[in-house]
Design a protein around this ligand. Structure first.
Ligand SMILES: Cc1cc2nc3c(=O)[nH]c(=O)nc-3n(C[C@H](O)[C@H](O)[C@H](O)COP(=O)(O)OP(=O)(O)OC[C@H]3O[C@@H](n4cnc5c(N)ncnc54)[C@H](O)[C@@H]3O)c2cc1C
Length: 507
């Protein structure tokens, strides 16, 4: 009889592990606390507008990526058309031409030389290194066999050169005051972002990777959930796991919040790492590395506040990402802000009614501040409303008339994310350690010491980002097969495309 697996959580890691386990003949059930699949990879609708909660850049949107075959197996490709960005972001200023981070690196170099001639040497070096990163599929490493991963040892000098530098540290090398000020904002307005990520983004975008799956994050997750169902898996929604049942050092099932128990031969958790290890398993199966990692929670939530606006305005000609600096800072969520980071989804018409568009402003914020605010629902709601009003007012000069065009508004906070996905604070991990882990195939907690028949999958266990979580699902299913001395097999989804979908893919 087929061995049974329970997976806690239908995030991308859980769904992927479920698909691959089902491809290999396991009997798989997913228990999901929310009402839909996807976890963080999600979207929601308001008055006909779809507000995306996740993807900006998807590693694996080009055939050259190690993730591409994973997406073929998970039913994403070829059904989902991938949009390659022409620019990574645009930074505007009132007194000069915008800085556009073109994904065509030759065009970008010429543009930077024109705007910042005194910083010619630094930008030349940057572009030359970005071109080298184009051919290091660092993000796709976890989906590649070890023989190919070892080949990427050639990237080590670049990893060392840029690994310890953050964007704001690197910015000090420029002499132009505008470039110095805005350079740290170029990846999601995340100044402490590693230069490794920046160069990887520039390099990989230049070959068409790190694009956008048309339809967005919700549609993306739905397609994998459908693949899971087609493979015979089942998902039980509104099913919150409370603890993992352990007998004689083996995971044997899950106790749910409603008091019921579900049993299986193998348990996989895709839930928030801290909750899994220190809540559901009561901290009984850890290592010094795991304890050290979870000992340092981060209060700062990058992109923790999402202000989504559905507007009766055509955004097709706008850049898809924009930094909008302003001279007079305004207060948002207890912090003075001198710029907005915006996403403008005019490039994906499926997200808005005809003639309309979606804008999302994202802000870093303090987790603790929102946790305290949420204790008083009236104050919490009032703060969200105040933020929405401030954002719309500040957008008016750049988008004249927008105040009257707003048809739908939504403000999500770290508490919203926690309520719907169980994810709370982040934890600090070194980017170099993450990349080295990918090259050598090591994860923080795919398994836990002393606990048999148990696996973790997803961003907390070692599979970062949507694509990393998807690839980790595959790796976990392979590990389960290895443990059972079974050959690991995969199959591509037999996706029958509709005529409209075929036309979209061809375009
Ligand atoms: C604002 C934002 C932007 C992002 N942008 C990108 C991007 O551009 N590109 C990219 O690749 N990645 C991006 N990411 C990261 C990406 O979303 C995550 O790394 C990835 O989706 C994590 O997937 P996961 O499998 O680890 O699980 P999660 O998404 O954390 O899902 C876990 C699932 O488990 C469920 N669960 C939790 N506890 C329980 C329980 N007790 N019982 C039952 N079910 C439970 C949750 O409801 C959830 O469905 C972004 C994330 C955010 C927040």
């Amino acid at each position: 009889m087929a061995r049974s697996i329970i997976i806690i959580g239908a995030g991308i890691g859980g769904l992927s592990a479920g698909c691959y386990a089902a491809m290999n003949g396991y009997n798989v059930r997913i228990l999901e606390s929310h009402a839909r699949p996807g976890g963080l990879c999600t979207a929601w609708t308001r008055h006909g507008y779809t507000f995306d909660g996740c993807i900006h850049n998807l590693a694996g949107s080009t055939r050259e990526s190690g993730f591409y075959p994973v997406f073929e197996e998970l039913g994403i490709l070829p059904a989902t058309p991938m949009h390659a960005y022409r620019e990574l972001i645009q930074v505007e200023r009132p007194d000069g031409p915008p800085l556009t981070l073109y994904t065509d690196l030759d065009r970008l170099e010429a543009h930077l030389q024109t705007l910042f001639p005194k910083d010619g040497a630094a930008t030349r070096e940057l572009i030359a290194d970005a071109k080298r990163f184009a051919h290091f599929d660092i993000m796709g490493l976890s989906a590649r066999p070890w023989t190919e991963r070892i080949g990427l040892i050639g990237a080590l000098p670049l990893l060392v050169k840029y690994g310890r530098l953050t964007m704001d540290e690197f910015a000090k090398r420029f002499t132009d005051p505008f470039l110095r000020r805005v350079f740290p904002t170029l990846i999601y307005d995340w100044p402490q972002q590693s230069m490794l990520i920046f160069l990887t983004f520039l390099g990989r975008c230049s070959i068409g990777d790190l694009g956008w799956p048309m339809g967005g994050s919700g549609e993306f997750a739905n397609r994998i959930a459908k693949r899971f169902h087609d493979l015979g898996g089942t998902i039980r929604y509104h099913a919150k796991a409370q603890s993992i049942l352990v007998e004689n050092g083996r995971a044997v099932g899950v106790k749910l919040a409603d008091g019921t128990e579900e049993r299986a031969d193998i348990v996989v958790s895709n839930a928030y790492g801290h909750t899994t290890i220190f809540g559901m398993l009561n901290g009984r199966y850890t290592s010094p590395a795991i304890r050290d990692y979870y000992a340092h929670p981060e209060d700062r939530c990058e992109m923790g506040i999402h202000v989504s606006l559905g507007v009766a305005r055509d955004l097709r000609e706008e850049p898809h990402a924009l930094i909008l600096p302003f001279d007079k800072p305004i207060e948002i969520a207890g912090e003075m802000r001198d710029r907005f980071y915006l996403q403008l989804f005019g490039f994906d018409p499926s997200l808005a009614p005809k003639g309309g568009g979606v804008i999302r402003a994202l802000f870093a914020t303090s987790y603790r501040r929102w946790e305290e605010l949420a204790a008083d629902p009236t104050a919490y709601q009032a703060e969200k409303q105040r933020i929405a009003d401030a954002v719309v007012a500040q957008l008016e000069p750049r988008f004249p008339g927008i105040t009257r065009q707003v048809e739908a508004v939504d403000v999500a906070t770290p508490i919203t994310t926690q309520r719907f996905t169980g994810n709370a604070q982040g934890f600090k991990a070194s980017v170099v350690a993450i990349f080295l882990g990918m090259i050598f195939g090591r994860t923080l907690s795919q398994t836990l010491p002393g606990l048999a028949n148990f696996y973790m999958v997803g961003q907390w266990a070692g599979g970062g980002g949507v694509s990393g979580a998807a690839a980790m699902g595959r790796n976990v299913a392979r590990a389960i097969c290895n443990g059972d001395h079974r050959a690991f097999v995969t199959s591509k989804a037999d996706v029958a495309l509709s005529a409209t979908e075929r036309a979209k893919v061809a375009a």
